[in-house]
Each structure stands twice: as C-alpha cells, then as structure tokens.
Design a binder for this molecule. Sequence first.
Ligand SMILES: [Zn+2]
Length: 203
Amino acid sequence: MKKLSILPLVILLSCSKEKTNPTDDYGYLDKTFLPPNSKAIVLLDFNGQKINSPLWPVDSLGIAGISKQGQDLIFTGVLSYFSPFAIGFTTNEQTFQESALKLKMRAIVTKDNWTGDKSGIAHTGSIEWAEAPPCFIFTNVTQNVEVLARIIAHEIGHTLGLKHQSSPDAIMFQPARSAGNHTNSFFSVIVSIVFEFVGYKYF
Ligand SMILES: [Zn+2]
C-alpha cells in the first residue's frame, strides 16, 4: 500500500517540474538538424560569444538568457522557416566548427544589445564572405520565443543576401522605425510569414 501512495507524488513532481518558470534554467540545448544535401550550416549560439571581427564594434557578448525549453522552441521555429531549403542548423559549437560546408553563419542570440534599439542586425550577404561575420539577435527586446524565431529568420535571411521587403506579411519586412524599436505589437500584426527570395542564389 505504501508503494502505491508514492506514485501520485512522483507524477505531481514531474508535472511541477514542467511548469518551472522558463527563466530558471538557461541550460545548454544540444540540437542539430543537417539535411544530407545541406549547402550551408547556421549555428544558433545562445551561450555567449567572444567576437573577433573588424566588421562589428563588439568583442564579448553574454548569453541569451532563454531557457533550454525556450531555445528548443526557437530552434524548431527557425527550422520551420527554412524547411524548403538545404540549410542545416545546430546549437553545437563542435558540429559547427567541424562542418566541411563552405557557407557558415553564426547567429548570436544575446541579451547584450550593443545597438541600443535594434532587435537584430546582420550584414547582407555575409554568409559568402571570408570568415563570415556573425549576425546578432537581441533578447532584451523580447523573450517571446515565436517572435525571436522570426527575428532570427529575418537576420539569417539578410546573411543569405535578402534585403527588406515592402510587403508587411513578409518576414523581411521592415517598417519605418518611428519610435526606435521593433516591438511585440509590430510582430503581432504579422499574420503570415513569407520569404521573398530576391537575389537568392543558393537555395
Ligand atoms: Zn532587416
């Protein structure tokens, strides 16, 4: 009889663990999706990074401050935007470093927003450049994982050579930033996400 009474407690514990505040655990997510015909690989870097590029005015950035569960949702979200294309994604530094693919991009997701007011920043077409400079996505702007996945897809789109689009439902849409910030309310009006592959050479 005593054994039976333990069971509900275990279930209760595992339930309460799932409901843990997402900000309580910034654990490392080890995930890789690499289609066999991949032409490029993107590292989603949530863990902070030293920058060594003359193309960006920063040297060291902290972690994203996103839970492991949140990172997982972001990973899946970003993947869904690029699913028609031969692009691999990983959170694993070693997998990224050891990849023989020529087109590599590090997308640094960080709470340290050195731009002041941007949700993300990238050099257009930079995935082709020698020692491709990373792109950045800033979690101080929002912690919403769906919005972050869109911002990441937007910045990666830039690194692949995409420019801004005028269509408000395109993921490359950029409104006039009258108030300075990309805000949650702006993203909430996006009802469908459409990539316009202008100048898209590889995929
Ligand atoms: Zn943009």
